[in-house]
Design a protein around this ligand. Structure first.
Ligand SMILES: C[S@@+](CC[C@H](N)C(=O)[O-])C[C@H]1O[C@@H](n2cnc3c(N)ncnc32)[C@H](O)[C@@H]1O
Length: 219
């Protein structure tokens, strides 16, 4: 199988280099997701350029940070980013996806079984899962403001090692809003990665949020 030249070019633009088997897995995933996207609204990133730069840049930033063998929950997975590509580039992780819209969760189930990936899909609100399940790391991108996120997770920190939130340049305003509403009380937050978002002057960041203990990052 050959890798699409536009995909390789987009990855090279962000200095992302991956083994051939992972490139093939990512390509299979993108094709399947785009096929489903014609029936169920999953993503606006429907070119190799956008998938290779925007999506894979966020995914590789997360992949660099998450410690070995973590149990990871992708909160609000939508079309599967970041959870599915993360599982492909970090096969040591045990990845689960939480998606509250049933038909999207059904599509995610189809995609992971077609690609034979060791991923569990939950058709549920992530916060409801945390009554019974514990995760070392929750990853979240484009689901809601920090205020919303911290409100959802507030009763569940005993079930969460850390949250890694992918955010854009408005993260400082969001943090201030969350603090103003008192939903960050007792929580620690630090910026663990910062990178320029493609084709913009904007900064993308990964925010680490935790309550108990001292969470580690990989580097
Ligand atoms: C804008 S999409 C983002 C999808 C994906 N994370 C991305 O970055 O492309 C947000 C998704 O989160 C889902 N969602 C919102 N709140 C949720 C919650 N509390 N638990 C699980 N899924 C949620 C929505 O149904 C939607 O599919």
């Amino acid at each position: 199988m050959t890798v699409e030249p536009e995909f390789l070019q987009a990855l090279a633009q962000e200095k992302i280099s991956l083994p051939d088997d992972q490139l093939e897995g990512l390509q299979d995933y993108a094709r399947l997701m785009w096929e489903w996207n014609e029936k169920v609204n999953l993503t606006r990133h429907t070119t190799w350029q956008l998938f290779g730069t925007r999506d894979m840049l966020d995914v590789t930033q997360l992949a660099n940070i998450i410690p070995d063998d973590h149990e990871v929950l992708d909160l609000g997975s939508g079309g599967g980013v970041p959870g599915i590509p993360l599982s492909i580039v970090r096969p040591d992780l045990q990845v689960s996806l939480a998606e509250s819209v049933g038909k999207k969760a059904q599509v995610l189930n189809d995609i992971v079984s077609e690609l034979n990936l060791p991923i569990t899909v939950y058709a549920a609100r992530a916060e409801d899962l945390l009554h019974d399940l514990r995760f070392d790391t929750i990853v979240v991108r484009a689901v809601g403001s920090l205020r919303k996120l911290c409100t959802w997770l507030e009763p569940h920190w005993a079930s969460i090692g850390q949250v890694l939130a992918v955010k854009g340049p408005k993260w400082v305003e969001e943090r201030n809003e969350a603090r103003h509403h008192g939903v960050m009380k007792g929580l620690q937050l630090r910026k663990v990665a910062s990178y320029q978002m493609p084709e913009t002057e904007n900064e993308g960041v990964i925010l680490q949020i935790w309550k108990h203990g001292v969470p580690v990052v990989r580097k």
